[in-house]
Design a protein. Structure first.
Length: 232
């Protein structure tokens, strides 16, 4: 498959230090049965035909580090969301403590139709600090912005990578690493990162698989041997 294998695989993948908060529901907003113009009680946004639209993962942003608060609100109101976090050591009142913090400051992800997600994004009573993360595209001289949709396989891969994160092995950056934007696309079949789909490349002296979420972040596995990979 054109992948150069390293002589050996790292024997020790460090203990997980990244966790994630995620909630699932069978439907982000239940099908509306009465009357056809029923409004969301929190926002006043119509929920008619929400169940007929396509559901996606959307990147959302907050201000002042309130991503966990917004994430928890969505989960509490029967939504689906994913907040990547990491355990770090902080000195609190003179003592070292392990504290869970957001891996991507001010950023998290929510799943549903665009209209369903809007009921949270436009909830200026409970979530005035929540907005879509927008993708900007050029249309002639005009720049258009649309809510950034993240493919399902990239969210799955990000979840797997975060669940095995360590400061020495796994890398998650609020930036783009170009070599993981193009190249041979693969799927990891075995090992700690089984299920990750991305681009294989050598990075920091090791063969790794990475994903780039457009303009937002790059997430890279620890070392993965060629025997664990297949072309996708």
């Amino acid at each position: 498959m054109g992948i150069t294998a390293d002589a050996s695989m790292d024997a020790n993948i460090l203990e997980d230090t990244c966790s994630s908060h995620i909630g699932f529901t069978s439907n982000v907003l239940p099908e509306v049965q009465t009357p056809p113009e029923e409004k969301n009680s929190q926002t006043g946004v119509s929920t008619r035909n929400v169940h007929k639209q396509t559901e996606h993962w959307y990147a959302l942003r907050t201000t002042y580090g309130r991503e966990k608060k917004a994430h928890d609100f969505i989960i509490a109101h029967e939504g689906t969301a994913f907040l990547p976090t990491i355990m770090v050591e902080k000195v609190i009142k003179g003592k070292k403590k392990s504290v869970e913090v957001s891996r991507l400051p001010n950023i998290f992800f929510a799943y549903g139709t665009e209209e369903a997600i809007k009921t949270f994004v436009y909830d200026n009573v409970n979530l005035p600090y929540l907005r879509f993360y927008y993708k900007h595209t050029h249309n002639g001289a005009r720049i258009e912005k649309t809510p950034l949709i993240v493919p399902d396989n990239q969210i799955r891969s990000l979840q797997i990578i975060c669940n095995h994160e360590s400061s020495n092995d796994v890398i998650v950056l609020n930036d783009e690493i170009q070599k993981f934007k193009i190249g041979e696309k693969v799927r990891v079949l075995n090992g700690a990162f089984a299920g990750v789909e991305g681009v294989v490349a050598r990075f920091q002296g090791q063969q790794r698989v990475g994903i780039v979420i457009d303009g937002l972040l790059t997430a890279v596995t620890a070392y993965v041997p060629s025997a664990f990979l297949e072309k996708s």
